[in-house]
Ligand binder design. Structure first.
Ligand code: IDP
Ligand code: MG
Length: 143
């Protein structure tokens, strides 16, 4: 089992798509292990996206990511990282395959509805950035 982090971005939260987007992930077999709504400040957004600090879109991206609430979720499943990335679709919603989350809910290359960890190394950094141990559940017990 693999863990991955997703963040429903401010554009999608603001337009009321958080539940739908998490629903798509759950319907595709990913299990929710942790969930919260929060608003990043600019510095936290800069830290989260620091791998992009040399890119021309870094300042705009980090302003956007700190512009409103986001919904962060830790999801678990077999090959969760790649499966989630496939469900998200390409970075630009216009280039994303039909039915992917970004094609359905994204607006443009920056405001593309959702972030998903791109590798085990990224997930290992991103998960503890947003969740502490107490917030992460171990098991999903049937009741
Ligand atoms: P990814 O989220 O599909 O992995 P990355 O290239 O890692 O895409 O970029 C991180 C985020 O930065 C994207 O999800 C998007 O919000 C934003 N971004 C990427 N490329 C551009 C661009 O060319 N213009 C504006 N924003 C961009
Ligand atoms: Mg990326």
């Amino acid at each position: 089992m693999e863990k991955t982090l997703v963040i429903v971005k401010p554009d999608a939260v603001c337009r009321g798509y958080s539940g739908k987007i998490l629903g798509v992930l759950e319907e595709n077999g990913l299990k929710l292990r942790a969930l919260k709504m929060l608003q990043l400040d600019k510095q936290q957004a800069q830290e989260f996206y620091k791998v992009h600090k040399e890119r021309y879109f870094y300042d705009s991206l980090t302003s956007y990511m700190s512009s409103g609430p986001v919904v962060a979720a830790l999801l678990e499943g077999d090959e969760a990282i790649n499966r989630v990335r496939r469900l998200l679709g390409a970075t630009d919603p216009k280039e994303a395959k039909p039915d992917t989350i970004r094609a359905r809910f994204g607006q443009n290359r920056e405001q593309n509805a959702i972030h998903g960890s791109d590798s085990p190394e990224s997930a290992a950094i991103e998960i503890p950035f947003l969740f502490n141990e107490l917030e992460i559940t171990d098991h999903q017990k049937a009741t």
